[in-house]
Design a protein. Sequence first.
Length: 367
Amino acid sequence: MTSLLTSPIHDRHVALGAKMADFGGWEMPIEYPGGGVVAEHTAVRERVGIFDVSHLGKARVSGPGALAFVNSCFTNDLRKIGPGQAQYTMCCAEDGGVVDDLIQYVRSEDDVFLIPNAANTTKVVELLQAAAPEGITVENLHDRYGVIAVQGTKSDEVLEALGLPVDHDYMSFVEVDWQGLPVIVCRTGYTGERGYEIVPAWDVTGSVWDALAAEVARHGGMPCGLGARDTLRTEMGYPLHGNDLSLDITPVMAGAAWAVGWDKESFWGKEALTEQRAAKESRLTRGLLVTGRGIPRSHCEVKSADGAVVGVVTSGTFSPTLKQGIALALCDRSVKLGDEVVIDVRGREVTATVTKPPFVEVGVRES
């Protein structure tokens, strides 16, 4: 059995008594004692929380024409942004399936930084390396950087107290020296709240975490595990690769076609995705707001009023904000917004209304 990898601040989680679990081959905190998922979730929605997401991948594509090369591979159009900006994108197979969804950060025409998902980083890097022309270098930097997310309405105050930059636009980043340490401060996140992701060098992630965690506590916040990160992202309708996006669930099916540069000359999977988009036959992702009693989970069948199977839940959870069950589900096109459906939760029929995420109102883009 392969041993799990650990983050550069694993010792902090152990000292706090965190409940740990396997995330993409990494042993990461699910929740911390004294709070739990609901309290951690609420801290982010109402105040501020701090997450260790160092399991996320890091990679760099550099050399003359690096941006143009990456743009010819991934779905979104990098020409829509410039240096200092970031963009959500997907790495697709030629049949349109999603190898990974990731964030790409433009440093310059010749330097693009990537943050893929933990379990998919090696594959994404291998695909890029295999396709890279002479002069383009693709590096897997997974264990060269940590990633700390500070998320919530008070995230600006936390960073300001430490002299870190705030107020840059959503999906942009600034590279600074903080107390002699180089860090990247990104206005990004996976919670739907205003927030930042801080990317320090691996060896100094502990120092950055300690300083940020102390300020988070002073502002009424707390450390948050990946359990709360999941409930927060589900309330927003953000997809999780492996659940809502996969080699079998394309951007068209997942409602992520907005992150595809359809007018680009090329990207991996363009022909298959263009055909699927035009055919309008594939299942589509819908939001389900539970009206009965029960918590939907992935793989639960979704049925119409007459009992026909019309879909399957890809992500489901209890919403701490709404205090009811919510789900993302891949449904037949016959399923329309406002329809009443039934979710089969371990043999029990749970009623739900078809809706369009997000399930809650938040301030992720507020300036």
